[in-house]
Design a protein around this ligand. Structure first.
Ligand SMILES: NC(=O)c1ccc[n+]([C@@H]2O[C@H](COP(=O)([O-])OP(=O)(O)OC[C@H]3O[C@@H](n4cnc5c(N)ncnc54)[C@H](O)[C@@H]3O)[C@@H](O)[C@H]2O)c1
Length: 463
């Protein structure tokens, strides 16, 4: 069997240059897999799983797709797919059917890869998801063996818990996580390089439901040979990761195009510019600036965004992505303001005033903007920032209206105020919050460790 499979694998390798691909263990290969939905995702999954030695049944209501797959032919165009399907067919590892009941009976794990298109108003059409869950649920009602259902379609956060699981449970009369397994496993493949993406994914993500580790262990066994440690995260997180990925790709493309349009108008080769930008893997293509948090500020980012968008306007080159970045920054300041407003107290303490810790630069600090807004509303504001000048002799950055608000210790700010806004992190902050002797509401813009002190009511900005 292994020699035969090796031939299949080598044939696939020649076509798609799959590197470092080893087979799943013989134990893992005992799993028989049904793939519901034989579209782009389902066909590639079926082909790759059978290429990996799993026995696979593809399920689709579409006659053309079922007939093609059953005959070892590709119903879609995807490089390398035809060859994989041919060899899978020859090894008798891939079948196709219209019958959900047969597929559920004959397999141990089901992957759901049905379409989730847009409705006319942009919302997600989950009708195929609902239908496939009903089909699978009805079949599960008559199956006594433990079966694992894995959703692979792209679905918005909450869809597993609010639609998929309730539909499966209602149709099967069984309980998810106990009577049948459930997991979410987002698909990241790109059409045209889908098979290479399957064997060399950037990341593998499994969304776990409650304490259903049995389903996660099964999934780990299926992908163990791919050589990437899967991220096992809560279901809702896994659902939104897929959207965060694709939206990030879209933003990157539109950003690059926008820089390209400005470059072209200035007779600059945009590819040279973006190549240099991408060569900086410390700040540009890295984790830097990729943590959700408070607005940007300081002497450079706001000014330089203004300058480039103004240049675009002067040349009639639209800059919607850069304009949106400016708008998004204002929105984030407003979001922080609304959290403080919602706490509805008269005394507000700010920990940090500069746009980041360890600088005395107050130019375009969003924290300063917040403070000034609350002063304008007549709130009593106290500020701790060890780097902000107390008097004019100390620094050119001295601000006359801010100096009287400054307090020398974090503890004094916490003692004096009902609401504490954490703008920057400073030594001593954690201890001061843990020892707060009376109730305070903390609005955290800097992602500190959440205090355990019961006197602290904690609100994170975007976490
Ligand atoms: N195409 C991609 O590149 C890609 C990549 C990653 C994720 N995704 C996501 O994966 C999902 C599938 O995408 P796709 O492009 O393969 O869709 P697709 O439209 O090509 O295929 C969906 C298939 O599901 C079948 N189907 C519908 N109802 C069914 C049912 N009850 N039982 C069995 N089959 C049923 C349809 O007949 C169709 O063949 C979507 O949520 C999509 O957003 C797509």
């Amino acid at each position: 069997m292994d020699i035969e499979l090796n031939t299949v694998r080598l044939a696939a390798k020649q076509k798609v240059t799959v590197l470092d691909n080893y087979y799943p263990s013989a134990e893992a290969r005992r799993y028989r897999i049904s793939v519901f939905g034989a579209g782009y995702v389902g066909c590639v999954s079926s082909a790759c799983l059978s290429n990996d030695g799993f026995s696979v049944v593809a399920v689709d209501p579409d006659r053309f797709k079922v007939e093609r797959l059953a005959g070892g032919l590709a119903p879609i165009v995807e490089p390398g797919l035809a060859e994989l399907l041919q060899t899978a067919h020859a090894s008798d590892l891939l079948n196709a059917t219209h019958s959900a009941a047969d597929a559920i009976n004959d397999t141990d794990i089901s992957f759901c890869c049905v379409g989730t298109p847009s409705l006319s108003d942009g919302t997600l059409d989950t009708n195929h998801v609902r239908q496939v869950c009903e089909d699978i649920g009805k079949a599960l009602r008559h199956k006594s063996d433990f079966h694992i259902v894995v959703m692979r379609s792209t679905i918005l956060p909450g869809t597993m818990e609010e639609l998929v699981i309730p539909t499966l449970e209602k149709a099967s009369g069984k309980s998810a996580g106990r009577d049948f397994g459930i997991a979410y496993y987002p698909e990241f493949l790109r059409e045209s390089t889908a098979i290479a993406d399957y064997y060399k994914p950037g990341a593998i993500v499994f969304g776990q439901y409650a304490d259903d580790t049995r389903s996660i262990d099964a999934l780990k066994a299926l992908v163990g040979h791919i050589g990437i440690t899967p991220h096992v995260i809560p279901m809702r997180s896994a659902e939104i990761v897929k959207y965060a990925n694709n939206c990030w790709h879209a933003v990157k493309i539109s950003f690059s195009n926008e820089i390209g349009n400005i470059c072209k108008a200035k007779n600059i080769d945009s590819h040279v510019v973006m190549d240099v930008l991408c060569s900086d893997t410390r700040l540009n293509i890295s984790k830097a600036y990729m943590k959700p948090g408070f607005a940007y500020g300081g002497s450079c980012l706001p000014k330089d965004l203004r300058a480039l968008t103004a240049l675009g306007r002067s040349m009639n080159v639209p800059t919607p992505v850069l304009d949106a970045a400016r708008l998004a920054n204002t929105v984030q300041i407003e979001h922080a303001r609304s959290l403080v407003d919602a706490a509805s107290h008269e005394t507000i303490g700010f920990i940090g005033l500069t746009f980041k810790a360890d600088t005395d630069d107050l130019r375009e600090s969003p924290l300063l903007e917040l403070v000034e807004g609350f002063l304008g509303k007549g709130k009593e504001v106290t500020v701790y920032d060890p780097n902000v000048a107390r008097d004019a002799s100390q620094s050119r950055n001295f601000l006359k209206h801010i100096a009287p608000l400054l307090c020398d210790s974090i503890r004094d700010v916490i003692a004096a105020c009902e609401v504490i806004v954490i703008g920057n992190r400073y030594p001593g902050l954690k201890d001061a919050l843990e020892s707060a002797a009376r109730p305070v509401t903390v609005i955290d813009l800097a992602r500190i460790e959440q205090p355990e002190n019961r006197n602290v009511t904690y609100h994170g900005l975007c976490w």
